[in-house]
Design a protein around this ligand. Sequence first.
Ligand code: GL2
Length: 835
Amino acid sequence: MVSIVPNNIQIEDDRTGINVETLKRAFLDNLFYIQAKFPKISTKNDYYMALAYTVRDRLLNRWLQTTQTYLEKAPRTVAYLSAEFLMGPHLGNNLMNLGLYNVVKQAMEEFGLGLTDLLEQEEEPGLGNGGLGRLAACYIDSLATLEIPAIGYGIRYEYGIFDQEIKNGWQVEITDKWLRYGNPWEVPRPEAELEVKFGGHTENYTDEHGRYHVQWIPFKVVKGVPYDTPILGFQTNNANTLRLWKAEAPESFDFEAFNKGDYFGSVQEKSECENITKVLYPNDDSYQGKQLRLEQQFFFVSCSLQDMIRMMKAQNLTLERFHEHFAIQLNDTHPTIAVAELMRLLLDEHQFDWDKAWNITTKTFAYTNHTLLPEALERWSINMFGSSFPRHLQIIYEINLRFLDEVRIKFPDDGNRLRRMSIIDESGERYIRMAHLACVGSFAINGVAELHSELLKKTTLHDFYEMYPEKFTNVTNGVTPRRFMVLSNPRLANLITKKIGDSWVTNLDELRKLETFLYDSDFCKEFHQVKQDVKQDLANYIRTNYNITIDPNSLFDIQAKRIHEYKRQHLNALYIITLYNRIKANPNLDVTPRTFLFGGKAAPGYYMAKLIIKLINSIADVVNHDPDMRDRLKVIFLKDYNVKFAQRVYPAADLSEQISTAGKEASGTGNMKFSMNGALTIGTLDGANIEIREVVGEENFFLFGLTAEEVLQKKAAGYNPWDYYNSNPELKLAIDRISSGFFSHGDPNLFKPLLDSLLYRDQYLLLADYQSYIECQDRVSQAYRDREQWIRMSILNVARIGKFSSDRSIRDYVQNIWKVSALKVEVPEYSQSTN
Ligand code: GL2
């Protein structure tokens, strides 16, 4: 029995104190004892690390208190399962949440160190591709801020999303060695490792009561080691845990090979185990049917479920109540193998009978769908799946058998429906359809914006909607205003707080109060000044890093997101060429000066997306160097767009490009981040654009393009892009400029694949939307000239954006799906030390 008095942490010591002097002492202490450096020989990174540990020390007490409170009170808990968590840098966020930003800034300044400089130093944990991974990070923030007992489970990829460089206009991928200098925010918990099985076969046996069982005899066993990161809420004591799993080889596996003298064989097996969590698959909104990816999914899911079971045991809770204790959210289909794994754990390892296990399972899981794109719907070939997970394949067959019986009863004599709904696709090579498994195994199914949820019911999951209408619901995405306003745009945040107080940070609807100041000319001036200052900052950054001068008085028109044909960066490019052509034809044309900024990564294997990057850079080369432009048009492709950089970009935008083909972008979340920083949106009626337009007002949103329904009708009617090309002279000229080799040093072939795809297929209807887009862009240019009106439209975007806080999304999940309650964590030391 350990007899250490719990929580006997001194109040004002070097690890908890928060006045300038103590912080300075603590910083030096960490520099010396953790980094093992004297200041004289310290690098910037040493300083960053010393500061990170200083800040981490100050949140540990809350974190441990939270863990202990959850353990003791055993509240119903959300487990958010996601293959991606795109957290962004931790230091600034933790400083903000702890309320230590200013005092730490001062402490560092007294050392002659700039806090901004130190923040820059942090390697981004890029454990996600884009919107889906960043959404998980926003939700983890809101869960902690709302004091909801929750745990995020994912994968600790050794290499996150690649770093992007641009060479000769092309994307080049560089390995993301984010752990190179150590990660001060994570705590490894090797004592909590678990085992995960792979491959092999199953055997049947009958126990002493004559009951029939199945045993999985695996081919290999891999260790899962948890790495925990505290996720502190904003101005609360609740610090939830993000638990990411790393794969390691078990110590004893290689004895046989080793003893036989097969040293290399044994080492190879070790590295094969570790491969599982080596690298993030860099595909966004599409998947590759690779076995290693499936193994990654199973690995983290199995670790997480075993971990939950272990926690319940530690709390003396019976597994019969698993579904009462945990609500597990499946972030897309990536963790869906959890349905089969929980069944296996209950059936084979805890001897539940099928009905009981199935009852628990289907009351535990809820599934969020994030895309309608067919290429993103995961399916695993039966052969591949069965070779890694023979027992799960049996279980899935059994689930399917029983499920199809249910379908037969509800819809008799409907063979086509059975074939469509089956978890197994038998139309050719046999596949497991993960979305179907998720629908059958979950009690709730949601899309991520109203339109998306409606389209799910009408199209992709229509049969499942008819089968289980009560399961379907919508939760419109949201983003955290802490990171994307307070942290990334302090000037705007301070101005808002000066006017309406600071409660908007956790109650974003309060921003509505800004509407009172719409005609307050001082406020409007200040608001405008904030935007100009932030634009100037970005302009300085671009000058330093790209050696290009841009004019902060020009309209900053930004499209920052993954590069994808459905997102239509090339439609934007066509408009740039159109403007260019107009100025070439009439150099004295009175145009509104614009700076076009692009940012985003292309999946390394996605040729067309990479060609779009090359096209943008090629246009930039020509436009930026053409004296006729007289600096009225600038185009820049910003390399290596990531969360850290995004925080500079959102605040500086005047115009946010949200121009996907209607019906293709499930929600979008960048659209929300831009708008909450005062950018106006030019967009289609797609995803959350529709709801953003609804709340900010149609007069404060630039709408263009076909609706989702019109897109379908046009395709059904036999869409022919040539009709548009032939009948629209400006469009024709823009396309001809590309095909003539004008932007490719005379090479007419470089962009041919892209042009052919537009002229012969145009799957995403760029040509059909072109005219409407350029007319809309011309309205934008016109509107920007009336700066006072523009500022008011911009203020209204900020004032009315409250709905898109991730706090609102999380409340929706809490009330409609998870049915969990907040649990406030008390930390006596905290209140004493801050008073
Ligand atoms: C995405 C959708 O494409 C995007 O529209 C949505 O906002 C996010 C979060 O719900 O999910 N789906 C997807 O597979 N990725 C996304 O970003 N990668």
